[in-house]
Design a protein around this ligand. Structure first.
Ligand SMILES: Cc1cc2nc3c(=O)[nH]c(=O)nc-3n(C[C@H](O)[C@H](O)[C@H](O)COP(=O)(O)OP(=O)(O)OC[C@H]3O[C@@H](n4cnc5c(N)ncnc54)[C@H](O)[C@@H]3O)c2cc1C
Length: 329
């Protein structure tokens, strides 16, 4: 153990530093080995100091929010895990400007903005996880996406330690994509611009969204949400094999119109609901949920993810891509 490094990390977060911390405690999957150093950062300043320390000490680092979209290796993570617990949310009802720190829960931002007469973020009321995680993967559901009302983010560069403001345009956000995925950037806070609207109407929208979620997803499962991205295509020729095997008349027309086939639907067609590898299985309720049903290891999940991809590719010529973020692999 590097005592100088340890002393420095402790000087930044004090009691919020843990050594050999089980990552299973911090992942919605409840899976994952030990993190050598685990620091909970209560403020953005602490995040920056932690990152700069990791750079100076050439220590591998990774940030996590609420751990709802990660799978951590059984072997753990030999480096510094920074848990984002900077949670302040500032709302200016007059201008519609909202500044949420990366560790703030997306659902909390949705509820608070709606209750203060601002519309545009209600869709996220049932979204698990933090604003930082939502920006990185451009999280979305029920017709809304993180990018819709995003103006800019403040980041710290994990290679240089520099602070920067990056406009939403420069983040090149698309379906479950953003530049944060491609660069060593840590989101410290996000700036949104929402529109004024009656609180009553906002709360109706909140109720609708919660209702939709309650009826469309498995409840209380150890999982990371959708395991695969939905399959996007440019031209019907790209799904020729799928059309051939399943028959165009059996593919819902809106999938074709939107040029996006839900991964869960494809997995269901392949008869893979309930498919198991060790303690990991495909949910019986939703084909795109890979769950830790019975003391699964990360290895079980990874094997299942690979087996499903192979089966779907062999059957329909469709290459699925994981949405889950792997840590320590
Ligand atoms: C039951 C369930 C339902 C879900 N439903 C949806 C859904 O409808 N739509 C949807 O889009 N997602 C859904 N998800 C996935 C998940 O909720 C989102 O991806 C969420 O935004 C992840 O946030 P998090 O804080 O948990 O991120 P984590 O899981 O902690 O991290 C995910 C990734 O983001 C990175 N990251 C986290 N914080 C930061 C930061 N501040 N800066 C840079 N990188 C960061 C991590 O390094 C990791 O790579 C669901 C998950 C579950 C468990």
């Amino acid at each position: 153990m590097n005592t100088e490094l340890l002393a420095k990390l402790e000087s930044i977060v004090s009691k919020d530093l843990k050594i050999d911390e089980p990552m299973a405690k911090h992942s919605h999957y409840k899976i994952g080995g030990l993190a050598t150093y685990f620091a909970t950062a209560q403020t953005s300043e602490e995040v920056v100091e932690l990152v700069r320390t990791a750079i100076v000490h050439e220590l591998d680092w990774v940030v996590i929010g609420a751990g709802t979209n990660i799978l951590v290796n059984d072997a753990g993570f030999d480096g510094l895990v920074i848990k984002m617990a900077n949670r302040s949310i500032q709302i200016d009802e007059t201008s519609g400007e909202v500044v949420a720190e990366a560790g703030a829960l997306s659902a909390m931002v949705a509820r608070q903005t709606a209750m203060q007469g601002l519309t545009g973020f209600e869709w996220a009321v049932g979204l698990p996880g933090t604003i930082g995680g939502a920006v990185r993967g451009n999280a979305g559901c029920f017709g809304g996406e993180t990018k819709d009302n995003l103006v800019s983010v403040d980041i710290v560069d994990g290679e240089t330690g520099e602070l920067r403001s990056v406009s939403a345009k420069k983040l090149k956000m698309g379906y479950r994509e953003s530049e944060v995925k491609n660069k060593p950037w840590i989101v410290l806070r996000a700036h949104f611009k929402l529109e004024p609207r009656d609180i009553e109407r906002n709360m109706e929208k909140i109720e609708d969204v919660l209702q939709c979620r309650a009826t469309s997803q498995p409840k209380n499962e150890r999982c990371a949400g959708c395991a695969y991205k939905n399959f996007e295509f440019a031209d019907l020729a790209d799904i020729a094999e799928l059309v051939d095997v399943i028959g165009k008349e059996n593919i819902p027309p809106n999938f074709i119109d939107q040029k996006r086939i839900p991964a869960g639907w494809i997995i269901d067609q392949a008869g893979l609901k309930g498919f198991k590898v060790g303690g990991a299985s495909i949910s019986d309720v939703h084909g795109n949920f890979v769950i830790n049903g019975d003391d699964a290891t990360a290895d079980h999940i990874v094997q299942l993810l690979a087996a499903v991809k192979t089966k779907v590719r062999n059957l329909y010529g469709v290459q699925l891509e994981e949405e889950i973020q792997l840590i320590g692999f």
